[in-house]
Write a protein that binds this ligand. Structure first.
Ligand code: SF4
Length: 383
């Protein structure tokens, strides 16, 4: 028999994890870093009370390093569908039968209009995104550079792009000369999980592309997709890879299973698991922009506004490549209600420079597992 049936009796609260989370949170707030084992202990939190403790620390870390500024990005699908790659989450792959649109590289007018609209909504950046394996030298590169130059010289929004794999330094240099400031190239998942979602190119191809971009002086937007069937350790490894490559913006996409793709029947992640993942990324990457992108509306539903409590400092607004987002006005209202500020005169990442040079100069301070650092370093060649 229970000793008491009264619902007024308080259960004893186990504060063990609360204190451990606080130790890690305090360290990050003080400019320190957490190592892989410590980060894994956060990814493995199960109790709601502990997860909410973690969110609260992630929120403090976001406020300390990002203030109340929220960076807004938008994208335009500059070439849709018919992609030669077999990424199993993607509706634009030619390997799968989906309802996603298909068209060739866009003319200047729709890009100009998208830049105008982004500016009207106070969005900082417009990314040109193309569904193809990558970009080589030739007439298509010339055309891409023209579109980038038009956005850049328009002066309304920052010109970004996500154009797949780059195999030559000259291509990255041309993009930089055209005015490209930031290139989106997700690592997508851990090195270990990568072949589960794509076999037509490799994790190393992606690291190599990022190396060319960094050499050219282009900022890196690189993150991944969660909910593909990866483990928590895969998510943790991805976050440490992103710390190692010095990603400036880290988009976290949450799988939106598209009918016709191999992942169409994947079980969705629970909203608290998603928020916990965002919070872990914030503690691993305290100064970077952590941007919540595709899949947030469908997966988080009423809990979308909690991404900022979990440490997000950036938001992809407007529609995604092939799926619909909630209206920009609703996102802007959400930010206002939270007392957050999406207005940037020019978001140039200068708030991250000190942190990035620290990572490059003192790799031992990153605290990641030795073999993991060596793997990533080998993939990058230098850094
Ligand atoms: S994710 Fe990109 S590279 Fe992969 S299939 Fe889709 S468009 Fe192609």
């Amino acid at each position: 028999m229970p000793t008491s049936l009264s619902t007024m009796t308080a259960n004893e609260i186990d504060g063990t994890y609360s204190r451990k989370i606080a130790v890690l949170g305090e360290r990050v707030l003080g400019g320190g870093q957490i190592d892989h084992a410590e980060a894994m202990s956060l990814f493995e939190l199960e109790k709601h009370g502990d997860i909410f403790d973690l969110l609260s620390w992630a929120n403090r870390v976001r406020e300390k390093f990002k203030g109340n500024k929220i960076h807004l990005c938008s994208i335009v699908n500059a070439k849709a569908g018919g992609c030669s790659e077999n990424c199993r989450f993607c509706s634009q792959s030619s390997f799968y039968q989906t309802d996603a649109p298909k068209y060739g590289f866009v003319d200047p007018e729709p890009v100009f209009e998208a830049a105008q609209e982004a500016n009207r909504q106070g969005v900082t950046a417009l990314g040109l995104v193309a569904a193809w394996k990558g970009l080589n030298e030739g007439p298509m590169l010339d055309e891409v550079c023209d579109r980038i130059r038009e956005i850049s010289e328009g002066g309304k929004v920052r010109a970004d792009a996500s154009l797949g794999i780059i195999k030559k330094q000259e291509v990255a240099n041309r993009l930089k000369s055209a005015g490209l400031e930031c290139y989106g190239h997700n690592l997508e998942s851990s090195r270990r999980f990568f072949p589960t979602h794509c076999t037509t190119h490799t994790f190393e191809d992606r690291l190599q592309t990022i190396q060319f971009l960094r050499n050219a002086g282009i900022k890196i937007c690189s993150g991944g997709i969660i909910g593909m069937g990866e483990t928590r350790e895969d998510r943790c490894d991805l976050a440490f890879s992103l710390r190692e490559i010095g990603a400036n913006v880290v988009p976290i996409n949450i799988l939106n299973p598209i009918p016709g793709t191999p992942f169409e029947n994947n079980t969705p992640l629970a909203p608290l698991e998603i928020l916990k993942t965002i919070a872990c990324f914030r503690l691993i990457l305290p100064r970077r922009e952590i941007m919540i992108a595709g899949g947030r509306t469908v997966n988080l539903r009423d809990m979308q506004s909690m991404i900022f409590l979990a440490g997000a400092s950036a938001l992809m607004v407007g529609n995604y490549l092939t799926t619909v987002n909630q209206p920009v006005e609703k996102d802007l209202q959400m930010l206002r209600d939270l007392g957050l500020d999406p207005s940037w005169d020019k978001h140039d990442f200068s708030d991250q420079e000190e942190a990035l040079s620290t990572v490059v100069a003192d790799r031992s301070a990153t605290g990641c597992r030795r073999e993991f650092c060596d793997e990533t370093t080998a993939g990058l060649g230098r850094l």
